[in-house]
Design a protein around this ligand. Sequence first.
Ligand SMILES: C[S@@+](CC[C@H](N)C(=O)[O-])C[C@H]1O[C@@H](n2cnc3c(N)ncnc32)[C@H](O)[C@@H]1O
Length: 457
Amino acid sequence: MNIPSNTSPRSPRPSRRGSARVGKGAGRAKRPDAPVVADPTREIAYDIVRGVIENRRMLETTLNRSPDARDADARDRAAAHRLGAATLRHLGTLSAVLEPFLRKEPPEPVRAALLIGACQLLFLDTPPHAAVGTTVNLLRRRDLAPFAGLANAVLRKVAGQGVALLEGLDQERLDIPSWLWSSWKNLGPGVARRIARGLSHEAPLDLTMRAGATVPEGGIVLPTGSVRLPAGTRVTELEGFPEGTFWVQDAAAALPARLLNARPGEQVADLCAAPGGKTAQLAATGAHVTALERDPVRMERLQENLTRLKMETVRTVCADAAAWQPETPLDAILLDAPCSATGTARRHPDALWIKRPRDLATLTETQTSLLAASARMLKPGGRLIYAVCSLQQEEGPDQARKIAGQFGLKADPFLPEELADLPEALTAEGWLRTHPGLWPELGGMDGFFAARFIKEK
Ligand SMILES: C[S@@+](CC[C@H](N)C(=O)[O-])C[C@H]1O[C@@H](n2cnc3c(N)ncnc32)[C@H](O)[C@@H]1O
């Protein structure tokens, strides 16, 4: 990972909180009263980690809303995202490493700074003087100067012992909240550990290609047809991006829309559509697609994506899918329902730490009401794919079992030939179940559940 190893020379800013003195071993101030220069990457990463730990706020929300992140240039934002995400990916391990060095639990904001500092020392190639010095500076800039000495001492010890501190730690177990680890036992023996292993590294960049498009340099074609590039690849710099020859979509995320088998001329709706990966797949079949999205900001992103892909024939509707009704009954519906998103933790490690078991009840209620609404929109014989990027039983198999026979929907299991390129994802009940432990040798995949239903005649 390429976290800047020193205070950024590109966009230094004086302290927002007045000048502060830099202590021994910290950021090399020339004068004792010199203002501590801001390091945008660490400042934003700090806000990200605190947002997740203290407020259960999504990483992307901090990136989109914080003034620091908004004002930062693209490289600083990207580096902050990677530092914040790496800290969250190894949160349990980093906490276990720090514990013996702390006589008592520090306040949360101090703990967040220590976690980021330790992450740079143990998981990123940041030189010790930079990791320690920038952490001390950060605390001083955030009115936490009384803890600068503690941070300096603790991080110097961590730097001194280095990766030897990781020996003997069950990192896979530590980095997964206990309630999720227990819940994943339902997926089969050893699967929780395989998932944790899949979540321990950054996800590669997957693309869905338009038919006949050239595979970008460095890309490999996966068994399911998606194209994979190494983690950290900048998609906007790939050949074909401006021309719209591909779109970003995890290999597992590309499966549910494919299993709807949309045909040219059919009336199809994508009910929870933004940012539009599945909408694009449906549009590429030649079906008449209506894409619904409730959130106006996300709708803008969907429309930008469709414009780049030259798929402007897709009809976009900003509305609540639970209340919307098409003019005429539909041939097919894709319901990629809002969910806990635990299946996307490779790309969004914050997902693991934000959700709580009690959130599942609200989410499953919403999913049920969207399933009932979908059934009302379908013509007799119409098809429905219910999909969630969740690893949780309640949002996947439990929902599918509950829905079969309700709202005039009957189960329509996937056939082995439909998943011949990923047979391990077909369950005994004819559903799709992927998880980050699949394809370990290829770099894994996101966790998705999908089931198909037919509206009875
Ligand atoms: C899992 S994401 C969809 C990802 C998308 N299908 C794709 O493949 O790019 C869920 C989306 O549904 C939207 N959403 C949630 N509840 C909705 C509702 N009741 N009606 C319409 N859209 C909704 C969210 O704003 C979010 O953009």
